[in-house]
Design a protein around this ligand. Structure first.
Ligand code: IPM
Ligand code: MG
Length: 367
């Protein structure tokens, strides 16, 4: 298997539509001496429809072997009443867990051209560039015991378990400090140590890793509720936010909205480096399958294209190409092209495919 193979899992809803534009970007690179091989498979509702499961063993094996996954989105109202274990989302959660993708990088940055699209005042978000680092394979998402049981008195009782070990906290803390060193050198560690034991351990372990290995990085601790408030009050105070699986899920959606549109935000989920130094990784736009606009050709492909830029950076070690692609996206926005979700007065409204074409044009202009 060549190191430059990517597994495409477009999934459901707008997933296949936005992934198609990434395919075109890959075609652009192929014409410029950077051939990437793409394999494709089903995931989520699409896999359920065909095989009765949101992720087959064969697809999982393929993902493990290839090691680099571009993921679209999963889910849709059609699948809402399915049993928990075969819901489309389980396909994604299983991939994260089985590939060991514990570090979820969710950058929230405001493109200058979109500063007015934020729900906050321009001066609060202009130049915003924060990185939410979410722990992705532990916590309440996977903790045991979990389930719903029937009590003798006829009631039901539901349990989820929030659980973290020292090792899980240490490895995510290290990623946070390393990220910060390449940015503004500040980490905010977020938990609820005032009410949760996992929060107490989280705070203590992050502090220990800091003091022992990263004393040069500024570290602060913050309660999760306060962090949610600070994100909308004064978001530019943050550089890297490191937090657990559930708080990370909530805070990253909140941070996403600061940037004006969920349709703009990429993410990378990384595993630990293997013996050959390579990390398994999955790249996906933060937006979901958006069933309400699926099939209309109006979805914003930029989050997915920016996720591919993260792939260039993290899986292919091509930071200059990642920069090139990110700049192309910024340029298209400066030129006033907008999909429906980020449309502003005086701009040109474009379809998914037209946005893809404009990105290719902007890439051409960088040569
Ligand atoms: C996300 C999503 C997922 C999550 C869902 C689709 C399972 O909300 O990636 O943020 O909760 O992790
Ligand atoms: Mg979420």
């Amino acid at each position: 298997m060549s190191a430059r193979t990517i597994l495409f899992l477009p999934g459901d809803g707008i997933g296949p539509e936005v992934m198609e534009e990434v395919r075109r970007v890959i075609g652009w690179y192929a014409r410029r001496q950077l051939p990437l091989e793409v394999e494709e498979d089903l995931v989520g509702g699409a896999a359920y429809d065909r095989y009765g499961t949101p992720l087959t063993e064969a697809t999982l094996e393929k993902a493990k072997t290839i090691g680099t996954v571009m993921f679209g989105a999963v889910g849709g109202p059609k699948y809402d009443s399915l049993p928990f274990e075969v819901k489309p989302e389980r396909g994604l959660l299983r991939l994260r867990k089985e590939l060991g993708l514990f570090a979820n990088l969710r950058p929230a940055m405001v493109f200058p051209a979109l500063a007015d699209a934020s729900s906050l005042k321009r001066e609060l978000v202009e130049g915003l560039d924060i990185m939410i680092l979410r722990e992705l394979t532990g916590g309440v998402y996977f903790g045991e015991p979990r389930g719903i049981e029937r009590l003798p008195d006829g009631q039901e009782r539901a349990v989820d378990t929030q659980v973290y070990t020292t090792g899980e906290i240490e490895r995510i803390a290290r990623v946070a400090f390393e990220l910060a060193r390449a940015r503004k050198n500040k980490v905010t560690s977020v938990e609820k140590a005032n009410v949760m034991h996992t929060g107490v351990l989280w705070r203590r372990v992050v502090q220990t890793v800091h003091d022992r290995e990263f004393p040069d990085v500024t570290l602060e601790h913050m309660y999760a509720d306060n962090c949610a408030m600070q994100l909308v009050r004064k978001p530019k105070q943050f550089d890297v936010i490191v937090t657990d699986n559930l708080f990370g899920d909530l805070l990253s959606d909140c941070a996403a909205m600061l940037t004006g549109s969920l349709g703009m935000l990429p993410s990378a989920s990384l595993g630990a480096p293997g013996p050959d130094g390579r990390r398994k990784a999955l790249y996906e736009p933060v937006h979901g399958s958006a069933p309400d606009i699926a099939g209309q050709g109006i979805a914003n492909p930029l989050a997915c294209i920016l996720s591919f830029a993260m792939l260039l950076r993290w899986s292919l070690a091509l930071p200059a190409e990642a920069d090139r692609l990110e700049k192309a996206v910024a340029r298209v926005l400066e030129q006033g092209y907008r999909t429906a979700d980020i449309m502003q007065p005086g701009c040109t409204r474009v379809s998914t495919a037209e946005m893809g074409s404009r990105v290719l044009d902007a890439l051409d202009a960088t040569i």
